[in-house]
Design a protein around this ligand. Structure first.
Ligand SMILES: NC(=O)c1ccc[n+]([C@@H]2O[C@H](COP(=O)([O-])OP(=O)(O)OC[C@H]3O[C@@H](n4cnc5c(N)ncnc54)[C@H](O)[C@@H]3O)[C@@H](O)[C@H]2O)c1
Length: 450
């Protein structure tokens, strides 16, 4: 079993470290956030992720998992994974400062023959930058491998331990072999490619998944205009194995720490290199419209939203995670506040400080019913299981007006209506077609194919 280091103890870093330790490797995980490291040393994961606390505790007890809040003078690892954050910059490009800092430091602490692995999602060409930096700063030769991560928050441990594929890109076949060996216990399908192709596979995968969601959201808008049910449409489409049922849920649109920044970064890279990413631009535009369409539904039931009290159920960007980065739910809350509404937010796991940070001015509710007091509408904004079976009777008794906008198509609409609610949802019969904002440049004259 190998000595492995992981730089960055965030969603990807902690999950990868704990899982590699479970596979029998000796893992040192380093982060510059001392609070994060002290929590991890006590067996507490800094993020909400099913199964992760137990796995971290198991790793610590086995003696194979170590957490450091500083880089040791000498890092005894044959393979070093870089799993630091690569947020989007103002113009859309990925911000590589954390990667550069991590590589510049770690290169001075490792010996010749060490393999540096980019697990962070990085722009195409970053492998070459890392290679150059490592050689300038350290005692090479080093090899660089791109190993993009495909785990999903909310089921990250499961995804890591049951990979559908491991993508490994490098010019050095021996380095790919060394990284592949770390995953051998999982018997994954391994795709060996050049480093730029590996980097591109990650962006193309996220862009495709975002496209699938925007596609079904566009179908939902058309269903509303034509009186069809998008849920049944998605079911019918999803039974076709060429399409698959995944990522075909109409709703408030995509968000999170990856899709928005990765779609923007890919669009930016394409534009900067003379390509024409017209599909990607539309995918982002449709996504933004999903939030506006929910506001339009609220307005069409309540009139102007100024002074209205709206309960928003959910703050995380999807269920089973406490991650609020680019959360569609919080984006909706900010739009409500901009219109002068009082937004009351409930989430089963997101802490009130995070909600206040993501949507300053929002009121936090400790329970669903507390948040319902005096509300004129309740919006389901995140698909938490806690919201699937709402207590309609008590909810109705606490609300000032019985209106539910189910922006995730989560509820049994008939049960809600039977309990006396006006029930609005996305792309299903009974939802009137709302005018879809069409930018002139995208308008296609009738009869013209494209
Ligand atoms: N979150 C996901 O679901 C997911 C999935 C696949 C890929 N990714 C990609 O993986 C990368 C990491 O994402 P994340 O969500 O885990 O990020 P994160 O923000 O949760 O964690 C990043 C960690 O890196 C640490 N860090 C920053 N600079 C450092 C340095 N110089 N040395 C040591 N530690 C440093 C930060 O303190 C932080 O704890 C990103 O590129 C992301 O796009 C994320």
């Amino acid at each position: 079993m190998a000595n492995v280091a992981v730089i960055g103890c965030g969603y990807v870093g902690v999950v990868s470290s704990a899982c590699f330790a479970k596979l029998g490797h000796d893992v040192t995980c380093i982060d510059i956030d001392a609070d994060r490291i002290s929590a991890l040393r006590m067996g507490r994961s800094p993020i909400y992720e099913p199964e992760l606390d137990a796995l971290v505790q198991e790793g610590l007890a086995s003696g194979r998992l170590h957490f450091l809040d500083d880089y040791p003078d000498q890092l005894d690892a044959r393979v070093v994974f870089i799993a630091v954050n690569t947020p989007g910059s103002q113009e859309g490009a990925a911000d590589l400062r954390a990667v550069r800092d991590a590589v510049a430091t770690v290169a001075t602490r490792i010996g010749p023959g060490t393999v540096l692995v980019n697990k962070s999602t990085v722009p195409i060409g970053t492998g070459e930058i890392v290679h150059g930096m490592a050689h300038r700063n350290g005692n090479g030769p080093f090899a660089v491998v791109s190993n993009p991560e495909f785990l999903r928050e909310g089921s990250a441990v499961h995804d890591f331990l049951h990979p559908e594929r491991i993508v490994l890109g490098s010019d050095d076949a021996w380095a790919i072999d060394m990284v592949a060996e770390l995953y051998a216990g999982l018997r994954p399908a391994i795709q060996r490619v050049d480093i730029r192709t590996a980097e591109m596979i990650k962006y193309a995968s996220n862009a495709f998944l975002a496209t699938k969601i925007s596609f079904i959201n566009e179908m939902a808008a058309i269903c509303e205009a034509l009186g069809a049910d998008v849920r049944e449409v998605a079911t019918g489409m999803g039974m076709d194995s060429r399409i698959s049922p995944h990522f075909l849920y109409a709703g408030l649109g995509w968000g999170g720490s990856c899709f928005p920044k990765d779609v923007r970064a890919l669009t930016h890279m394409a534009e900067a290199h003379g390509a024409h990413p017209q599909l990607l631009r539309s995918v982002s535009e449709i996504n933004h419209h999903q939030r506006l369409r929910v506001l339009a539904k609220l307005r069409s039931s309540l009139g102007p939203l100024e002074g209205r009290r709206v309960l928003v159920l959910g703050a995380s960007f999807k269920g089973n995670t406490d991650d609020t980065r680019n959360s569609p739910a919080l984006e909706l809350v900010r739009l409500l506040l901009l219109e002068g509404a009082t937004a009351v937010v409930h989430d089963p796991v997101v802490r009130p400080e995070r909600i206040a940070e993501g949507a300053p001015g929002a009121v936090c509710a400790a329970s669903i019913l507390e948040g319902a007091d005096g509300a004129e509408a309740a919006v389901i904004a995140t698909e938490w299981d806690d919201y699937r079976e709402l207590d309609f009777v008590n909810l109705r008794a606490r609300m000032a007006r019985p209106l539910i906008v189910d922006a995730r198509n989560l509820l049994d609409g008939r049960a809600a209506r039977a309990a006396g609610f006006e029930y609005r949802c996305v792309g299903r019969p009974g939802e009137e077609g709302l005018p879809f904002p069409v930018t002139p440049a995208l308008a296609v004259p009738t009869g013209v194919e494209r």
